[in-house]
Ligand binder design. Sequence first.
Ligand code: M6R
Length: 364
Amino acid sequence: DKAGHKHFMSKEIAEQPVVVAEAIRSYLPTGSDRVNLPGENLDFSKLDRLTMVACGTAFYACLTAKYWFEQLAKMPVEVDIASEFRYREPPIPGRTLALFVSQSGETADTLAALRYCEGKADKIVSVINVPESSIARESDLALPIHAGVEIGVASTKAFTCQLAVLLMLALKAAADRGTMTDEELSDHAAALRGLPTALNTALDQNRPIRKAAQRLSEARDVLFLGRGLMYPLALEGALKLKEISYIHAEGYASGELKHGPIALIDKNMPVVVMAPRDALFDKTVSNMQEVMARKGKVILVSDDDGIAEAEDGVWATIRMPHIHSSLSPILYAVPAQLLAYHTAVAKGTDVDQPRNLAKSVTVE
Ligand code: M6R
């Protein structure tokens, strides 16, 4: 049942304020600023490091979480693609938490990576959407993301729910390890509770996003740029676009632009810049200006302050509400998803069942 939507993907994008709210409610009980995990409790003060393993969009959720665990909980984090991790067979030092992220809980490489960690890592934890899945069953602790059934092959609401749960896990780690003040923890809890409203505001930008997508649908290649927490989101935006619209897209850390990809920029190259007005904004804007100086066509995704400061000469702008900087990748996922969706619709591709892809990759 597509609930009046043309595709499951658009229904699932639209559901995000509700499912993300559900995920937040279940880990952050009303009236408390402390994260509560279901089932067995985890004590991060007894752990020294984190190894996160996943595939595809779930891997990008892990890359985002690396920033959170490092910045908020001061924990060293390794992030790996499951198919690389399992055959590389990396050493797992003591006091390591191995964390596996998977919507389906059945991804073959992720499951094999989990089995490799059995008996080596101190604890095996998974962040999953399907509670009765193999990955959930074989973990010491399985944390549900509460996204509900996801049917579109392109993962959307599972990604934002994974991010919400991973951020709350990082806050729990910070509280256990004493790396954040009570006030900082309360700030984050309040910001999380405001997130569903912000996601709704982002969804209201559907029309300008569709207009920008109309332009993107003419492109042969598209570049996505971001810094800090926006870098993994640039990778995710590019993956979304290529998998459903079949347009070649790449995500890059803005700072890498001059180490190669700038050679690609000309008047035919749209560049999507994900840049909330945060501490790294000026740096990203200077990369964006390098793109425009070479006639690249910039789609700037930012907030009021960012757009007021940097919109001169850009091709299109997409306006997001202002948000606590830790939460920006969750919010900015919405325009990334909608851009891909409307581009695919404009091209007439099969949005929910893109060619050559399966929802769950249970074979290598
Ligand atoms: O079920 P999983 O989360 O383990 O799946 C991982 C990837 O196969 C998945 O995220 C894939 O990249 C999506 N099609 C991306 O939209």
